[in-house]
Design a protein. Sequence first.
Length: 555
Amino acid sequence: MPISLSSSRTWLWLFVLILAAGLLVGIGGWGVVESSEARYAEISREMLASGDWLHPRLLGIQHFHKPPVTYWLTAAGLAALGPTALAVRLPAVLAVLAQVLLVYGLGRLLFQHDRRHALAAAVLYGSFPVVLISALNLTTDAFLMLWELLAAYGLLRYLHGGGWRWFYLFWGGLGLAFLTKGPVGAVLPLMVMAGFYFRQPQPRRPFTIHHVLGVALLLAVGLSWYLYLMAENRAFLDYFLWKQTAERFASAEAFKRAKPWWFYLVLMPVGALPWAVALLVQAARTRWADVPRQWHNVLVFWVLVPLVFFSLAQSKLLLYLLPVYPGLALLTVYYLGRLTDAALYRWYVVMSGVLALLLAGLCLLPALGGALGLALEIHPLTALWPAAGIIALVAQQMLWNQVRVAPRLLVLTVIFSVTVLLTAKAVLHQNQVAANSTRPLVEWLKAHQLDQRPVLIYDEMLPSLAFELDKMPITLVHDNDDLRRETQFEADSSWQQHLVNANDSTRQEYIRGLLRQSPVLIARGELEYYRAWMLPYFPQQQHLGPWVIYYGGWQ
């Protein structure tokens, strides 16, 4: 899908700036969201507050579900901007912008230094819905994808005749991937290597000291944290290798993320709309024998093999599939690049109509939300964003006299993606409780000068509340399985001050002592009848969505 632009690199940076604006405008407009984002945000806040960078803690208890790179980067954002949602999400946004640049670099290598095709691949990747979601919601996946792409680019640059510095970039990126999410970080780089060599004659490369030093770099970066914790406690090796790696992959019950085997077959095209439709149609129309071996290998090793690998895992989330999307972007550009301008123009007409209809539907959301059964509050002014998008689409068709079709297709998808981003963030801001953010609760507490009191949470894990309050609440446990914490690595019992078993008769006096301090109690719904003895301590109540805030005057 070639594009005739005077400077593809200039247009690349323009796209990155536009994407950055679309991602950053209003990104702090809603509080951190339960459960994953809130966990990462709160662990990072506690890490920054304690100064302990090697032992992640969630609500005061050591939490070794993930290696520490995500926490380190998020804590850096918090140190720079304070405990805000903007600070939490900014590093992930920067990671996604860097991914776009790396996809451009991979495109230049695969398209034999054709910057126009590389630019198209970068724009497509940056407009995929799954990539945009990874930028708006703090998880490990945006950072893992950054390191995987960095390693893949370093490897391909080296294999295409680059110097040894690119070889070390490969091993360093692989090490950072290990330090972000463990062995799964090797999937994309290894598939890139397999795709480069499979049935493609390549010159044999002699074994040198650089190979030894590269592996040493991987071990020094990727295994340093693991080895440190193993030296502290040998049980950590078994915990991470089996419970956090093997069991997460093989057990359907682990972490309550089990999905059917076909889950990713459905979700993968959805995460790449609308371009997935064009890719599937053009791939079906193209004879396999007419496709060069390089692109066979990209399809097989960059997309299909990782898709099968992740589909075999019992634990599935959409963002786990991010490593296949660079390959999808590059393949889409390759297949559409085979078309004539007349054929591309037909795709342009179809996409223009479909995307305009989608934006028109977003304009009607404030009026039709109730009729569609959407339990969302959507302010009428929210429709201004998709309306502006429609105006931009019309203006682009009427005013831009670009002869080639490919640039118009790319501009079309950029307008649509940025418009949807801005609309979605406005909706999230208006529906924070529905989006599982506890910021409205904290804002209510602060407005009524209750935020400085002890805060009790009944039978719920709410790291988002701790983050928004910038202090540790006390959780009263009844029968919520999510509150079964892993305390085997705790050196003492001090964690029991913040996690209290309300069913333990020996803890009742401690609970009564807390209640005599005029705390605030937050529960999902009304307290059960057998907790009625607590109600005299809380003569007042406030309902916010599913939450009930119990409080009273100072005693």
